[in-house]
Write a protein that binds this ligand. Structure first.
Ligand SMILES: *Cc1c(COP(=O)(O)O)cnc(C)c1O
Length: 415
């Protein structure tokens, strides 16, 4: 406004963002209000399928929303800025985005991925990829030599998750990206758990970063969406072609919801992370808990590696009790934690992955991959830390008594 009064007309899109931190860039988004004659403070929602053209022989910047829409373009521009990408693309869900990434591999090609991956990804790669003539190898991606051995001359894509879901294993992203590149393959990280606030795969040398915007970007469990961010013009062309040809681009209103979510994403993620660390420390001390998996705990076997490639432990943890009945009772006695799949919402969530998000992985495969049925996954929301810890305390006490487990009296449950 000040600048406007002094006669210097400039849109926020022309402000150099290089020195601003992520939280600042989220509140002052790149490309905001482009072409809006009224300077609306909130993004303009272009809820339209078609755009009138200047004439039958002339095209406009936009003609049909499947091919492009200004609200989607604003979300994609902002995501590209956050991810340090050449270009980003918004799809109707994380899986729709991942399906497009999978289709970058031609028939006869090969994908190397992890053995502790998101359930939907596991289903896509196990059941859909083979039908299009693409082979998939699942390996322990924490073992770099195993990845090296799995890469063949046909490998076109190396597909990582770090931390992995739900066991929170850490993969050496930069080392594997280099390995993929020297084998002539592209590399991708499914960055849904960290989002660009905590981890930026393109800066670590990857070609594609994927984020399920259903999680932290929307942040309020009110939309499904997925973003692919690519490092090169060549990949951007291929992904844009598929977005338009297959029609899974995100609808204008869902883009608008994501744009609203982005404004508070950094704030939410910092608070969720603080809550998650508090819960991890509490669980680690509890005698009924066998093992806590959380990337932000110094006891995590790959804590140092994670700290090198990411800016935080995030807000997702899992733990083992060694007893399915105890895990189930605990989950059901929690009052503030909703029994829900997904994560990254304002409210805390609890799930038993083997019976929920990862149920699509056959039981034998889950067992072979070391995914125990008693694993409990917690997603921290933005509630008050003390309420979450007290809720865990009461639920754990009830669950222990339900299954006849005596918790030693005087156990220091509180930090
Ligand atoms: C949720 C999730 C997906 C899928 O995203 P949707 O938006 O649910 O389709 C993919 N990968 C990971 C790691 C996820 O957590």
């Amino acid at each position: 406004m000040l600048l406007r009064r002094t006669g210097v007309v400039r849109g926020l899109s022309t402000v150099s963002k290089s020195n601003y931190g992520l939280a600042t860039r989220l509140c002052h988004p790149k490309g905001k209000g482009k072409g809006d004659p009224y300077n609306a403070s909130s993004p303009v929602l272009y809820q339209t399928a078609t755009f009138e053209l200047p004439g039958v022989m002339e095209g406009g910047e936009f003609d049909y929303t499947r091919s492009g829409n200004p609200t989607r373009q604003q979300l994609e521009t902002q995501m590209a800025d956050l991810e340090g990408a050449h270009r980003s693309f918004a799809f109707t869900s994380g899986m729709a985005a991942l399906a497009v990434a999978m289709r970058l591999v031609p028939a006869g090609g090969h994908i190397v991925t992890g053995d502790d991956i998101y359930g939907g990804t596991s289903r896509l790669l196990a059941n859909v990829a083979p039908a299009s003539g693409v082979a998939v190898s699942n390996v322990d991606m924490c073992d770099r030599e195993a990845v090296r051995r799995a890469i063949t001359p046909h490998t076109k894509l190396v597909w990582m998750e770090s931390p992995t879901n739900p066991r929170m294993q850490i993969v050496d992203i930069a080392a594997i990206a280099t390995m993929a590149r020297s084998a002539g393959a592209i590399s991708m990280v499914d960055n849904s758990i960290m989002a660009p606030i905590f981890q930026q795969p393109l800066a670590l040398g990857c070609d594609i970063s994927m984020t399920s915007a259903t999680k932290f970007i929307s942040g309020h469990s009110d939309v499904t969406a997925g973003i692919l961010s690519v490092a090169s013009e060549e990949l951007a062309k291929k992904v844009y072609f598929l977005q338009n040809a297959e029609g899974a681009g995100l609808s204008p209103f869902d883009c608008w919801l994501c744009l609203r979510g982005l404004k508070t994403m950094s704030l939410r993620m910092q608070r969720q992370q603080a809550n998650c660390l508090a819960m991890a420390l509490w669980l680690e001390k509890h005698p009924a808990v066998k093992r806590v998996h959380y990337a932000g705990l110094t006891s995590h076997p790959n804590y140092a590696l994670h700290a090198r490639q990411a800016a935080g432990g995030g807000s997702l943890l899992s733990f083992e009790t060694g007893n399915v009945d105890l895990s189930r009772a605990l989950s059901e006695h929690l009052k503030l934690f909703k029994v829900t799949v997904s994560f990254g919402s304002t409210s805390s969530l609890v799930s038993l992955p083997c019976f929920m998000s990862h149920a699509s992985i056959p039981r034998e495969v889950r067992q072979a991959r070391g995914l125990p049925d008693d694993l409990v996954r917690l997603s921290a929301g933005i509630e008050d830390e003390k309420d979450l810890i007290e809720d865990l305390e009461q639920a754990m006490a009830k669950a222990c008594s339900d299954v006849g487990l005596a918790v030693p009296a005087g156990t220091p449950h509180r930090r």
